[in-house]
Design a protein around this ligand. Structure first.
Ligand SMILES: NC(=O)c1ccc[n+]([C@@H]2O[C@H](COP(=O)([O-])OP(=O)(O)OC[C@H]3O[C@@H](n4cnc5c(N)ncnc54)[C@H](O)[C@@H]3O)[C@@H](O)[C@H]2O)c1
Length: 302
């Protein structure tokens, strides 16, 4: 018997990455899936987004598990598209129990960038405003049955990320949005929670543009070269985690196990958001190694 038998989950950003992983994990536990994705690239985003083929592949993976999947293109910034897609999905699958507002983009920027205002607006429109729109378009269906909304935040919901004002602002705002929605929807027995991952092995972070950003000055950098930089932000000494780990957290919150959890901010972040001030053990060891190699026991101040 599956933890989500007879239930239906709607997931935005389901063509690939974490969204696809959630679709598969929930299907393994017996859920049917409404899988939504924009399936086209967005200006100012420096890596390709999910495609129609990716979304079809997600649907195939769900169907191979013996579950049904309604896969539709919808831009999570567009309330009309979301409402239409939710209506079509619920008509086909009969109900809605869980909404995972997962669609998001990553795009760093500095105050000096020529397009900094446009980038900020784009990041906030997708990573914050679209989350609200996803909830407002789907909540009428949840009201019939009670249910659960899970929003994908980030460790950046809790701590800032360098040169990422838009991402940090949007993801921090999701903490307030989650708590407010949890309070407003509690009389309907609808729970709202926020999951905050550290780096996850998906194209949002593992992409060509980030290679040059995170590993500057190295000729032909590889993802192996990114490992040091990305490990240095976590307490547990790993650079990134697999999407399935986040899917398990989503499942815990959506299933019976989470029935009394609402308004929670749930880091799955290898300790990224709870680091004491100063440098991590990992970075400290690396500095000691570099100092030793340079024949000194002290680190120069500049
Ligand atoms: N990968 C990470 O390191 C990481 C870390 C913390 C949080 N997150 C968050 O996890 C979520 C999922 O990202 P991912 O890591 O799976 O990245 P991803 O790029 O692999 O997947 C994101 C999906 O969202 C879709 N999408 C983007 N904008 C959309 C829109 N307006 N409407 C509908 N679909 C849209 C994309 O096409 C893509 O398929 C995002 O909210 C992201 O901010 C990611």
């Amino acid at each position: 018997m599956g933890q989500m038998d007879g239930r239906v989950v709607l997931i935005t950003g389901a063509a690939r990455g974490q969204g696809r992983s959630h679709a598969v994990r929930f299907a393994e536990e017996g859920a049917d899936v409404i899988a939504l994705d924009i399936c086209e690239d967005i200006p100012f985003v420096r890596y390709p987004l999910g495609t129609a083929e990716d979304l079809q592949e997600t649907a195939k993976m769900v169907e191979n598990l013996g579950r049904r999947c309604v896969a539709l293109r919808a831009d999570a910034r567009d309330s009309a598209q979301l409402r239409e897609a939710a209506a079509e999905g619920v008509t086909e699958l009969g109900r809605l129990d869980t909404v995972i507002a997962n669609a998001g983009i990553g795009r760093g920027h500095t105050l000096e960038d020529e397009d900094t205002d446009e980038v900020f607006d784009t990041v906030v429109a997708i990573n914050l405003n679209a989350v609200f729109r996803t909830v407002s378009a789907t909540v009428p269906y949840l009201k019939n049955e009670g249910g659960s909304i899970i929003i994908t935040g980030s460790a950046a919901s809790l701590v800032p990320i360098y040169n990422n004002a838009g991402y940090t602002a949007a993801k921090h705002a999701l903490v307030g949005l989650t708590k407010c929605l949890a309070a407003d929807l509690s009389p309907h027995w609808i729970r709202v929670n926020l999951v905050c991952p550290t780096n996850v092995a998906t194209p949002l972070i593992l992409n060509e543009a980030n290679l040059t950003r995170f590993v500057p000055g190295v000729e032909n950098p590889t993802y192996k070269d990114m490992e040091y930089v990305l490990t240095s932000v976590n307490q547990l000494p790993i650079p990134w985690i697999e999407p399935r780990v986040i899917s398990d957290a989503m499942l815990f919150l959506a299933a019976e196990t989470g029935r009394y959890i609402t308004g929670a901010v749930f880091p799955v972040d290898a300790g990224m958001s709870s680091q004491p001030p100063g440098i991590t053990h990992f970075t400290g060891r690396r500095i000691a190694e570099l100092a030793q190699a340079a024949g000194t026991t002290t680190v120069p101040r500049d």
